[in-house]
Design a protein around this ligand. Structure first.
Ligand code: NDP
Length: 331
C-alpha cells in the first residue's frame, strides 16, 4: 500500500521535497469501518493551507502526517451495515492506494448518475461550493452582471453556468486562452485572460453596466481590478484567495474599502462545510442540470499515484481546465 506523507512544510511554492511516498502495511477494517481502494483522489487549493503551521479554517497537518484528500473508491471490505464489497463511495481519505474510514463518514456514489470521478468535482465538494456560493451568498438575479475569477476551474466554471442559467450576464477571468475559449463555449458571455489582457480595461468593456456580483476565487490584483466596478448594493462572495496561498508574508489588508462605502456592497465569506445538511439538495440540482445539458464540466486527470504532488502543483500553475484529479493506478 503506497501512501504519501507531508515530509516538510513548503516555503512559498510547494515542491517535490515536501512530499514522501512510503510503503505501509495494507490496512484492515475494524468495527463499523470500511476498507476503500482509491480510484480517484482530489487535489484542492485548501490543502496548501493545511501544509502551513498556522491557524486556518482547516486544521494544519503535522510534518510526517499522511496527506489527506477527497477520494472516490471501491469498497473492498466492509464492517458497516450500509456498505458492501464492490460499492462505490466517497469520503475524506488519503493520498494512498487503500484507506480505512468510519462508514458513517462515507457517502455512497451512484455510478449510474455519471462518471464516478464527478463525485470529487461537479457532483462533489467543488460543485456544492459553487451552488451554495452562488444561490445563497452571491444571490444573482436576472439581468445582473456577474464576474467570476478562476473561471476555468472546478468551482468557477460551475458558478458562471449557474449565473447564466439565472439570466445574468457572466464574465469570467482566467489565465489561459484555452480556458477562455472553453468558458465562452459553455455560457459565459465574455472571458478575460489576465495573463495577456489589461484586466481593468477589459472589465470596463465587458461590464458596461458595472458589476452586481463578484465571485472571488483568487484575491490579489484581479480582485483589485474588479472592485472599482462594483455597483450600488452589489455582492462579493469570497470563496477563495488562491493568489495568496503561497505568500511568504501576510498580505496587507483589502486596499479598496473606500469603494465599499460608495457601492454599499456586501462582502461575505463562506465555507462549503456549513452546507453539509443540504448537500443532497445541491447534488440534485447539479445533476438535473447536467442531464438537461445546461451544465457542462471538464476534468483534468493526472495518471498515477506517484504524480499526485505534480497534480497539486498544477493548481498554482493553472494547468487544470475544470477539476484537477489523480487516477490511482493499481500497485
Ligand atoms: P481551480 O480548479 O479553480 O484551480 C485553481 C485555479 O486557480 C488554477 O487553475 C488557476 O487558474 C488559478 N490560480 C492559481 N494561482 C492563481 C493566481 N496567483 N492568480 C489568479 N489565479 C490563480 O480550484 P477550485 O475550483 O478547487 O478552487 C477555486 C477557489 O475556491 C480556491 O481559491 C479555493 O481555495 C476555493 N474554495 C473554497 C471553498 C469554500 O468553502 N470557501 C471550497 C472549495 C474551494 P488560472 O489559469 O485561471 O490562473
Amino acid at each position: 500500500n503506497r501512501q504519501w506523507l507531508l515530509s516538510s512544510r513548503p516555503t512559498g511554492e510547494p515542491t517535490a521535497e515536501n512530499f514522501e511516498l512510503v510503503e505501509t502495511d495494507a490496512p484492515t477494517a475494524g468495527t463499523r469501518e470500511v476498507l476503500v481502494r482509491t480510484e480517484y483522489l482530489s487535489v484542492d487549493p485548501y490543502m496548501r493551507g493545511r501544509m502551513r503551521d498556522a491557524e486556518s479554517y482547516a486544521e494544519p497537518w503535522a510534518v510526517g502526517d499522511p496527506m489527506k484528500a477527497g477520494v472516490v473508491g471501491s469498497v473492498v471490505e466492509s464492517e458497516h451495515p450500509d456498505f458492501e464489497a464492490g460499492d462505490t463511495v466517497t469520503g475524506n481519505l488519503l493520498w494512498a492506494d487503500y484507506a480505512v474510514a468510519d462508514g458513517d463518514d462515507l457517502r455512497p456514489v451512484d455510478p449510474d448518475r455519471g462518471p464516478i470521478s464527478t463525485a470529487l468535482g461537479v457532483l462533489g465538494m467543488p460543485g456544492v461550493t459553487a451552488y451554495f456560493g452562488t444561490t445563497d451568498v452571491a444571490e444573482p438575479t436576472a439581468g445582473d452582471t456577474v464576474v467570476v475569477s478562476a473561471a476555468g476551474g472546478a468551482v468557477g466554471s460551475v458558478v458562471g453556468q449557474i449565473a447564466a442559467l439565472s439570466g445574468c450576464r457572466v464574465v469570467g477571468i482566467a489565465g489561459a486562452d484555452e480556458k477562455i475559449e472553453w468558458i465562452e463555449s459553455i455560457g459565459f458571455d465574455a472571458g478575460i485572460n489576465y495573463e495577456t489582457a489589461d484586466v481593468r480595461e477589459r472589465l470596463r468593456e465587458t461590464c458596461p453596466d458595472g458589476v452586481d456580483v463578484y465571485f472571488d476565487n483568487v484575491g490579489g490584483p484581479i480582485t483589485d481590478a474588479v472592485w472599482p466596478l462594483l455597483n450600488v448594493r452589489s455582492r462579493v462572495a469570497v470563496c477563495g484567495q488562491i493568489s495568496t496561498y503561497n505568500a511568504t508574508e501576510t498580505p496587507t489588508g483589502p486596499r479598496k474599502l473606500m469603494q465599499l462605502i460608495q457601492s454599499r456592497a456586501r462582502v461575505e465569506g463562506f465555507l462549503v462545510r456549513d452546507y453539509e445538511s443540504r448537500w443532497d439538495e445541491a447534488l440534485d440540482r447539479l445533476s438535473g442540470w447536467i442531464e438537461s445539458g445546461d451544465l457542462e464540466y471538464e476534468e483534468n486527470v493526472v495518471e498515477g499515484l506517484k504524480n499526485a504532488p505534480e497534480a497539486f502543483f498544477g493548481l498554482f500553475e493553472g494547468t487544470n481546465i475544470g477539476k484537477q484529479l489523480v487516477r490511482v493506478d493499481r500497485a
